[in-house]
Design a protein around this ligand. Structure first.
Ligand code: PEP
Length: 247
């Protein structure tokens, strides 16, 4: 049975007191079902959030793959792990787009996180121009090949994948459940081709892109959708919790 996961990407939002209040509110009402709930706040709040000692898991949205050194403004995986981050997001389209993180750099991040035993949500997904050419399967497979398919079966089984069509992120335009299921099944197929069925069946694949309390149940009902990576709707405790109860 694959793990069900709902993760909230808070992006560059919330003051410290708002972040603490949101964490506490979600944690207090955490349905304690079989769904793993994770939040990704700004890294600068990590220490304060960890001190709350809640059940809600915490990750960071970014880190640098080098152990240490002259990378002004960056945080290493050792530093963020030291502050209690259990998860990292890698490959989010906003980092690919605004910070020019390419497949080879993301591969370095994947290796660094695995080496330090920090769990990874690896994001992939196509822009609208690629979807319009119906080339999304090829595009997403290349993203997986570039940054993940050098891993052993053992390492691959520790990865969580989030399929996030870029045209659906923050746009209010969600992929239909048919579109989501088709891509999730394709991703599982790519993994199966590379690693075999046993490994492919173990990997949770989350959907992200304008997922909210109204559309989550339809998306999560798809056979290959194992949860969601939520942006905007994760900033309201009740919406996020409603999504977590949508399986
Ligand atoms: C995201 O940025 O990962 C995301 C899914 O955002 P939104 O839910 O706001 O589309």
């Amino acid at each position: 049975m694959r793990k069900k996961i709902v993760a909230g990407n808070w992006k560059m939002n919330l003051s410290k007191s708002e972040a603490l209040a949101l964490y506490q509110s979600v944690d207090a009402q955490n349905p304690a079902n079989e769904v793993e709930l994770i939040v990704f706040p700004s890294a600068i709040y990590l220490d304060s959030l960890k001190k709350l000692d809640g059940k809600l898991k915490i990750g960071v949205q970014n880190f640098h793959p080098a152990e240490s050194g002259a990378f002004t403004g960056e945080n290493s995986i050792t530093q963020i792990k030291d502050l209690g981050a259990e998860y990292v997001l890698i490959g989010h389209s906003e980092r690919r787009m605004y910070f020019n993180e390419d497949g080879a750099f993301l591969k370095e991040k994947v290796d660094a996180a695995l080496q330090h035993d920090v769990k990874i949500i690896f994001c992939c997904g196509e822009p609208l121009s690629i979807r319009e050419m119906n080339a999304q399967d090829y595009f997403v497979e290349q993203q997986l090949i570039e940054s993940l398919f050098h891993l052993s079966n053992y390492a691959m089984e520790r990865i969580i994948i989030a399929y996030e069509p870029i045209w659906a992120i923050g746009t209010g335009k969600t992929a239909s459940s048919d579109q989501a299921e088709a891509m999730h099944a394709a991703i599982r197929g790519f993994i199966e081709k590379q690693y075999g069925k046993n490994t492919a069946e173990k990997i949770s694949i989350l959907y992200g892109g304008s997922c909210n309390a109204s559309n989550a149940s339809e998306l999560f009902a798809c056979e290959n959708v194992d949860g969601g990576l939520i942006g905007g709707a994760a900033l309201k405790a009740n919406d996020f919790l409603q999504i977590a109860k949508s399986f």
